[in-house]
Design a protein around this ligand. Structure first.
Ligand SMILES: Nc1ncnc2c1ncn2[C@@H]1O[C@H](COP(=O)(O)OP(=O)(O)OP(=O)(O)O)[C@@H](O)[C@H]1O
Ligand SMILES: [Mg+2]
Length: 215
């Protein structure tokens, strides 16, 4: 049976780069546009999406969640790709945003088979950029052509300074980089346990991803 849902996969083989934030804000933006979205939280053990929702519903028991969340762990046994189909069917979602763990290169590689778009969040510091190559290596062999891109996150000045330098290097190394950059802003993005509602720069990123989906 052909798949009747789209998967946006978020993955970098490095912790703390903004994967979970990106997954939640993209899901929120799609939900704001009327889409039925499910986040597949495949990164248990970090302060991830499931923890965030648990906290939110504890503090705001009547909050009407704008998107669904389902959690997967390698510990459950079985493959993510098989689980995903079932989880999506349970929720009836038409869009999935997949938040993957930083240590799971093999899971990242197999998940790439399912992805309609792949977002690789990374900051402008060298230790984060150094993890791009291994991430790309895990994802590329299984991903359809033209669906991968690097997302510059937590940048101090959008389009300037370090962000523009890094963008030049990435272009030289033939990485596709999304036009949208996510500014560093604790106030906007550090909302653990709170409703998101405002999605900031992730609205522009959503436009970019939807546009790429058309090709
Ligand atoms: N645009 C931003 N501006 C400021 N802080 C941010 C931004 N995006 C994420 N952060 C902060 O950076 C930290 C890491 O973000 P996040 O949890 O999304 O990364 P992650 O890649 O999912 O990390 P992990 O590998 O631990 O799962 C968090 O404290 C988060 O609040
Ligand atoms: Mg995370």
């Amino acid at each position: 049976m052909p798949r009747d849902y789209k998967v946006w996969m978020i993955a970098t083989l490095k912790g703390g780069v903004g994967k979970t934030k990106s997954a939640m804000f993209l899901a929120q933006e799609l939900a704001n546009r009327g889409e039925h979205v499910m986040i597949a939280d495949a990164d248990p053990g970090t302060q991830g999406v499931t923890d965030w929702v648990t906290r939110l519903l504890r503090d705001y028991p009547h909050y009407d969640m704008p998107w669904d969340v389902q959690q997967w762990s390698p510990k459950y046994g079985g493959l993510l790709v098989q689980w995903l189909d079932q989880a999506v069917r349970q929720t009836g979602a038409r869009r999935v945003v997949l938040d993957l763990g930083a240590e799971m290169a093999d899971v990242v590689a197999t998940a790439a088979i399912l992805a309609d778009q792949i977002v690789i969040p990374v900051g402008t510091h060298q230790d984060e950029l150094a993890r791009l190559e291994p991430t790309w290596r895990a994802v590329k062999p299984n991903a359809r052509a033209g669906i991968c891109g690097v997302l510059l996150t937590r940048v101090d000045a959008v389009g300037k300074g370090a962000a523009s330098d890094v963008r030049r290097v990435l272009a030289h190394d033939a990485y596709h980089t999304y036009e949208t950059e996510i500014p560093r802003s604790r106030a906007a993005y550090d909302r653990f346990g709170l409703p998101i509602e405002q999605t900031g720069a992730y609205a522009a990123l959503t436009d970019e991803l939807l546009k790429r989906e058309e090709y």
